[in-house]
Write a protein that binds this ligand. Structure first.
Ligand code: SAH
Length: 417
């Protein structure tokens, strides 16, 4: 972390601005080769589940395909570096959702078949955190002994819709969210007790009530049945509170690499003012705040902003502020105040950013923008807009946040020409 920051600031002293990055990239490249071969013989759910498109391919081949895709889509905008691979491509997902339903009168648990509401029973998943997987199986068994019925969408009978588990990589804390169709959960206390006896690592249990016919897992109301109602994890040396509904990166090991590289790209100076747009629970902004003069975070999800504010206080960071707003609207308002912004980190959802945001972002004339994207297609669309405003991609780095799947994360450093 500190090293990335230092090498980042070096590049602001008149040397080749990408030197520090090249060193970083070479190190990463060495690390990624070639990765353990992925054995998929035991993934019998592959075709129906559809979650892992590349699970049959050796890991090095998966990386090759992703890097090629990024080169094809983004190569025209700037130089693409080798993809940063994962040392451990299996069992990385820290958020696991199991859906409950009925088949032939029996409670089944699994994940929805691609683009349907049919549950594919899953006994073992290659990318989900193993402890989280274990907890879902314990819950399924407990449901039988507690006669807790799965909700049946067809008849409206039953109670339990989904179970969501979040695990914290560094602290080992585990959150269990029981998503029910109505608020009454019979024997809740004993259920939680039995669950904790079988898995003492569980630090909080939440009941989320989702009465709507929707493909969204979580509903708007929740009750804390046990513990604090959130878990905490440590990322790049800082502690983050994560609520059930807040966005948090799903691959904690690769996320540290992603953020460290983003910081190295930005090469912040202590006097600079930074905007962290689409900031979630404030992770990037808070890490950046240690190397900047001031950081402003903006995020649409109110729960995430609440977590972000608590996180800043807990980490004793006092040069950061967070706002719950649409990033485009917020930046437009901010630009009218004449506020100076030197560097923008932006990490929008898969749909990418908006023309309005990009226009406002370029309007405040930051010298660098670090764009982190989980969808190279929308990234290409947005880079085209940035180009119109004379922001050029200095370097493009793909990072494998989602091994075994076709998804790829990409980071771009843009600077004003
Ligand atoms: N930077 C964070 C979160 C990235 S995910 C991290 O690395 O953890 C994208 C985030 O954008 C989500 O938290 C989502 O709630 C938020 N978001 C989606 N649309 C938005 C909008 N229009 N304005 C601001 N934030 C938005």
């Amino acid at each position: 972390m500190t090293e990335s920051g230092k090498s980042g600031s070096k590049k602001r002293e008149g040397k080749d601005p990408l030197d520090s990055l090249r060193i970083g990239a070479v190190e990463e490249e060495k690390k990624m080769k070639p990765g353990p071969p992925v054995k998929t013989a035991n993934c019998t759910h592959r075709k129906r589940c559809g979650g892992c498109q590349y699970s049959e391919l050796p890991y090095a081949e998966q990386l090759g395909i992703k890097e090629k895709r990024v080169r094809r889509l983004l190569g025209a905008f700037g130089p693409v570096q080798p993809i940063v691979g994962a040392e451990e491509p299996l069992y990385y997902r820290n958020k696991v959702t199991a859906s409950f339903g009925f088949r032939n009168g029996k409670t089944i648990m699994g994940i929805y078949e691609q683009s349907t509401h049919k549950i594919v029973p899953i006994d073992h998943c290659l990318i989900q955190n193993r402890e989280a997987d274990r907890v879902t199986h314990i819950i399924r068994k407990l449901c039988i002994s507690f006669k807790l019925k799965a909700y049946d969408e067809a008849t409206g009978y039953g109670l339990l819709r989904h179970v969501m588990i979040r695990t914290a990589h560094r602290t080992g804390e585990i959150m269990v969210v029981l998503v029910t169709v109505s608020p009454i959960l019979p024997s809740a206390k004993n259920f939680v007790k039995a669950l904790r006896e079988r898995c003492p690592e569980i630090t909080t249990v939440i009941q989320n009530i989702n009465p709507q016919r929707t493909s969204m897992v979580l509903g708007p109301r929740e009750k804390v049945l046990f513990g604090k109602g959130y878990i905490e994890d440590v990322l790049c040396g800082l502690r983050f509170r994560i609520s059930s509904g807040s966005f948090y990166q799903v691959n904690p090991v690769q996320t540290e690499r992603l953020y460290q590289t983003a910081l190295a790209l930005a090469g912040l100076k202590k006097t600079e003012i930074v905007l962290d747009a689409y900031c979630g629970v404030g992770t990037i902004g808070m890490i950046a705040s240690q190397f900047a003069g001031e950081v402003i975070g903006v995020e649409l999800n109110g729960d995430a902003v609440r977590d972000a504010k608590v996180n800043a206080r807990q980490n004793q960071i006092d040069n950061i502020s967070f706002y719950a707003n649409d990033a485009g609207v917020f930046l437009d308002d901010l630009s009218r105040t004449g506020k100076r912004i030197d560097v923008i980190f932006m990490d929008p959802p898969r749909t990418g950013s908006t023309e309005a945001f990009i226009e406002s972002a370029c309007g405040v004339r930051p010298s660098r923008i670090v764009y982190i994207s989980c969808n190279p297609e929308t990234l290409a669309r947005d880079l085209r807009i940035f180009k119109r405003y004379r922001y050029k991609a200095e370097v493009i780095i793909p990072v494998d946040q989602f091994p075994l799947t076709e998804h790829v994360e990409t980071m771009v450093l843009l600077s004003r020409k």
